[in-house]
Design a protein around this ligand. Sequence first.
Ligand code: ATP
Length: 240
Amino acid sequence: MSDAILKIRNVESFYGPIMAIRGVSLDVHPGRVVSILGANGAGKTTLMKTVSGVMDPEKGTITFEGEEIQGKEPHKIVERGIVHVPEGREVFPLMTVDDNLSLGAYTRKDTAGIEQDRELVFNYFPMLKDRRNQEAGTLSGGQQQMLAIGRGLMARPKVMLLDEPSLGLSPLLVQEIFGILKRLNAEQNMTMMVVEQNASAALELATDGYVMEVGRIVMDGTAEELLNSEDIQNFYLGVQ
Ligand code: ATP
């Protein structure tokens, strides 16, 4: 396999005295979809925030395309090509869909490229084109998730970090959104790291997976290996 585009080594992150990430190491290879599974509070969101620069790690290194990026400012990390689609979507409710998308391109100056990417987003999410002049706050939860992913794409990322894209959505919508993520991976060769509590949806989308418990990685493998693992079936897939 080619070299990892993103290498996380022995990362520790804290909230004050609370150690939320306890020495995490993992690799993301180009063109792969890596799922991070784990229960509530396992440290998945903290890991994402540490990679995207929202939090600084106390220890460890995060190497992206051969360069260490830990502790860099979030906009520098976006410029390098890592974009974070946060848990809970965080779209700007009083701004239009179009303006939310434009904000995703805030680090770019290539106007023609930005408009090209807006068309790409509309191609994957036609609903956003139909509602481009509508305030984002009037969209449904699923539509807001689509907008958050679209906004992420507007940065023309090399790696997308997606935090709980299935949160609060009906099974049908989860299927629809994960289907689009799968297409983005297949057609745009988009590399992704996806944090999920919905293990079955995540492993269906992913090529590889890691399982986190209390701030540590406790298991890893290809998505197929994890799907066939008895522990994963018992604890995460609800198979008895
Ligand atoms: P969830 O699915 O609920 O988001 P998670 O796996 O993403 O869970 P984190 O949100 O990363 O887990 O939380 C990891 C640990 O850090 C938990 O023990 C949590 O209580 C703690 N934690 C998270 N955010 C904060 C915060 N702002 N201040 C203090 N502790 C926090």
